[in-house]
Structures are given as C-alpha cells and as structure tokens.
Design a protein around this ligand. Structure first.
Ligand SMILES: [Zn+2]
Length: 179
C-alpha cells in the first residue's frame, strides 16, 4: 500500500524535515498571494516561483480550474489571512485536455449507473480555461475590489510562463459586467 510507504517516510525523516522547514514561517502568506494551479505531479510551485514556506497560499486541483471551492478558499484567504493577489496557472499537456466532460460523465454512468452531479471542467485549451477562471474571479462579488488577478499558461517542458489576458482590476470588471 502506498499510504504505508508515505507513513514510513514520514517516520523516517519527513516529520523532522517538515517541522524544520516550517520554523519561522507564519500562517499569513508574506507575499499576500494565492496561486491556483493543477495537481500535476511535475509542477513544483515553490521552485517555480522561488518561494519558501509562509509566502503564498497554494490551491491545487485537476486542471487548476477556478471552481466554487477555489473561490471559497480565495475569499477565506483574503478575509482571514490578508492576501490580495491571485495567480491562476494552467499548463500545457494537461490531462484535463485529453477528454471531454460529457465522455467522462458517460464513462462513469456506464460503470456505476448514474452520472455524477459535478462536472470535471475538462478543457481543450488551457489558455481559454485560464481566461475563464480569471474572469470568474474578477467578477466574483465576494472578492475584494482591489484584488489583482492574473492568469498564465505554464509550458510543462521549458517551464516558461505565458500570461493570458490583461490586468483589469476586479472592481472595474464587476461594474462593467453588471452595467
Ligand atoms: Zn494538469
């Protein structure tokens, strides 16, 4: 069992190393930033942005999609822990671009007899999905109006970042869209 392997490594030094790494790090992110990205095993967020513990909040899921739950965490992060910027980072060759939401749903239904109530939010183009996520955050009424939201696609081979869209502040987008 892999969980046994993880617990063995925790005992063998993981706990000690984690405690040592966390020493001096505050729970409040020093850079006041949230990074939303994919759960892909190849993405090392700390290394990618030259970060140490205590500097940002990192939210990860399949695809780095801005879901209801990501919004929930960003709002808590802002209100309770003082963050003001959000980076949404999807990546090339993402597994979420290899199937469609409908096909996935059908596969599950064929196997278990019912479709899931949730969606996978699979996407064909990571740049399009990042733009949607950025737009969603900019329009969300619970995010602070001064929130800076930026989106990027990470090249999973060179690890270069390409910015998606502009840097319109949250408040203005909200006003424009409700007008
Ligand atoms: Zn991915």
């Amino acid at each position: 069992m892999s969980s046994e392997e993880l617990l063995r490594r925790h005992e063998a030094g993981g706990a000690r190393l984690a405690a040592s790494n966390a020493r001096g790090a505050a729970a409040v992110p020093a850079l006041r930033t949230v990074v939303v990205t994919c759960m892909d095993t190849r993405i090392d967020v700390q290394a990618l942005f030259g970060l140490g513990l205590g500097e940002v909040h990192t939210l990860r899921n399949a695809g780095g999609v801005v879901t209801d739950d990501v919004v929930r965490s960003v709002v808590v992060s802002q209100r309770k822990l003082g963050t003001r910027e959000v980076l949404v980072v999807a990546h090339s060759r993402c597994g979420m671009a290899t199937f469609s939401d409908d096909d996935f749903s059908e596969e599950l239904a064929a196997e278990v007899g019912m479709r899931p109530l949730w969606r996978t939010y699979a996407f064909a183009d990571p740049a399009v999905d990042v733009q949607r996520g950025v737009d969603r955050l900019r329009r969300d009424p619970f995010l602070l109006p001064e929130t800076v939201v930026r989106g990027f696609v990470l090249d999973i081979e060179s690890f270069a970042l390409t910015e998606v869209g502009g840097d319109e502040p949250a408040g203005l987008a909200g006003v424009r869209d409700s007008a």
